[in-house]
Design a protein around this ligand. Sequence first.
Ligand SMILES: Nc1ncnc2c1ncn2[C@@H]1O[C@H](COP(=O)(O)OP(=O)(O)O)[C@@H](O)[C@H]1O
Ligand SMILES: [Mg+2]
Length: 239
Amino acid sequence: MLDAALLSIDGLSVAYDGSSALNGVSLQIRKGELICVVGANGAGKTSLIRSISGIVRSSSGTVKMNGVNITGLPPWEICERGIAQVAEGRQSFGSLSVEENLLLGGSLKRAKAYQFETLEFVYQLFERLRERRRQLAGTLSGGEQQMLAIGRAIMSKPEMVMFDEPSIGLSPALTDVMFGVVKSLHEQGITVLLVEQNVAKSLALSNRGYVLENGSIVLHGSSQELLNNSEIQRAYLGM
Ligand SMILES: Nc1ncnc2c1ncn2[C@@H]1O[C@H](COP(=O)(O)OP(=O)(O)O)[C@@H](O)[C@H]1O
Ligand SMILES: [Mg+2]
């Protein structure tokens, strides 16, 4: 499995000012998989994503993409290699228009030639963004900002997208829309790493899952196994 992994993480640790947030996390994602990492608030989910994307520097461990060590590369280089992230809190450029934000997402070398074709794809996915393409990103609603963040990631023509709690702060109806978009991107061949507190919904969507507690993976398995696990049911599913 290691050889076939698109992304292989081994012993990854992250600490902030000496206080540990991620302790020796190992996980693998095969090309075309949709996997989830679930865990409570503060478990280390965002730290995991940010250390893969190069925004946060790990204190030990390695991240390999297709067998090549990419640990410690700068964020733009990680994007250029085809790993995009949809950040928690969305983080668009508020004083730029929706379309300017999208085109920025598509300005990478790997994506530039497809920029306008991909823009049309994003607008077909989210008609709402097409309607608001001239509106400043900072004035969008929470749901619209989440659409824009996903759109920007798609614009970079990624091989893999990491979603950091795409459902946070959204209504149940919009949550279903976002999970539907994650599913349809996966069906189009994009490898997905979904990080969520919404354990039931993300296990229902994914093939495999990892459970993160206090910076460590405490369980992993097929999503069905995890949904049937009595500890998971008690701790995360309120059963
Ligand atoms: N920039 C930071 N500086 C200091 N501590 C941080 C920082 N980011 C996260 N932490 C701490 O690291 C731990 C894991 O946080 P985080 O990765 O954001 O978890 P999650 O995304 O699962 O809620 C928490 O204890 C959090 O307070
Ligand atoms: Mg987080």
